[in-house]
Design a protein around this ligand. Structure first.
Ligand SMILES: [Zn+2]
Length: 297
């Protein structure tokens, strides 16, 4: 098997939402984040982003963990659980929220009143005293967030003119994805490798980390796996669940999509494939656009 990390200060993660079983697109993110951080000698863990119960499937977390285990993608964080649940971080998020209190306001704009507006118009900015039945919104400054994505290049966003004030805690009390991910990634992770569909929220997450004086991780955003008609594989688009009976085939297929030129070795075990992946992983081989997903592969 692969050698354990000798760079324990480097940490990567795979952070699925438990909305359904893993599909090939999620395996690409899990495998790429695993190989990338392991090759750097770092540690890896799984974080279940389970902060939106209405959207979740109660069976999904065990399905996801079982599927990752079958594919040899097992966390190895020192002195911390290998599987982390965001729902266990309520105190951490509340503490982070109080640290940015001076940037918060309470928004009761209806979805309808904001329909068609790309940027929040600032309607409730003066409501800085706590109010019930409101979303908590973060007031952004006329400031630039700059980051260098390892796969997608350099990005600069003006927070006020391009992104606007954004929700950190929803009206129903649930934490907003961007806020929770920023609080966790800023404290637990040095490298975030995830799908390109999350590239557009990266600046908001970095902005939260900067307010909290946390060091943002190094980001790399993978091109997303799509069906032949261009729609992304997801639960909503009925992406088929990974077949856990064929993990070696799935790993080879994932390496193929990721441009890593895996050999044809029908007899290789899961650990042999991971070993090959660790020795041969190269970020610069990942194509700008992936081949379309074909279920037979
Ligand atoms: Zn408002």
């Amino acid at each position: 098997m692969y050698t354990p990390g000798d760079n324990p200060q480097l940490t990567g993660r795979f952070a699925p939402s438990p909305t359904g079983p893993l599909h090939m697109g999620s395996l690409l993110s899990a495998l790429a984040s695993f190989l990338d951080i392991k090759q750097r000698g770092g540690q890896w863990f799984v974080r279940l982003d389970d902060l939106d119960p209405p959207r979740q499937d109660p069976a999904a977390d065990t399905q996801i963990i079982a599927s990752l285990n079958v594919h040899g993608l097992i966390g190895d964080r020192h002195n911390s659980p290998d599987i982390d649940y965001q729902s266990d971080h309520q105190i951490r998020y509340a503490a982070a929220l109080s640290r940015v209190q001076s940037h918060l306001f309470y928004c009761n704009c209806s979805r309808r009143s904001l329909a068609g507006k790309r940027i929040y118009p600032g309607t409730c900015r003066e409501r800085t005293a706590w109010q019930t039945d409101c979303a908590v919104r973060l007031r952004v400054d006329d400031a630039e967030v700059v980051f260098q994505d390892e796969l997608q290049g350099s990005y600069t966003y003006n927070m006020a003119s391009e992104l606007g004030d954004f929700i950190v805690q929803r009206r129903d009390g649930l934490w907003a994805y961007n806020f929770a991910a920023a609080v966790d990634d800023g404290q637990d992770v040095t490298h975030v490798l995830r799908g390109e569909d999350l590239l557009h929220v990266t600046a908001q997450q970095i902005y939260v980390m900067q307010l909290l004086e946390l060091e943002p991780p190094q980001y790399a955003h993978l091109p997303v796996l799509c069906f032949a008609d261009g729609t992304k594989l997801s639960k909503q688009t009925h992406a088929p669940a990974l077949n856990n009976q064929n993990p070696s085939v799935n790993l080879r297929t994932a390496l193929l999509y990721l441009g890593q030129n895996p050999p044809v070795e029908p007899a290789w075990t899961v650990s042999r494939w991971l070993e090959w992946g660790l020795s041969n992983w190269r970020m610069d081989r990942i194509p700008k656009r992936l081949e379309s997903y074909a279920e037979s592969t």
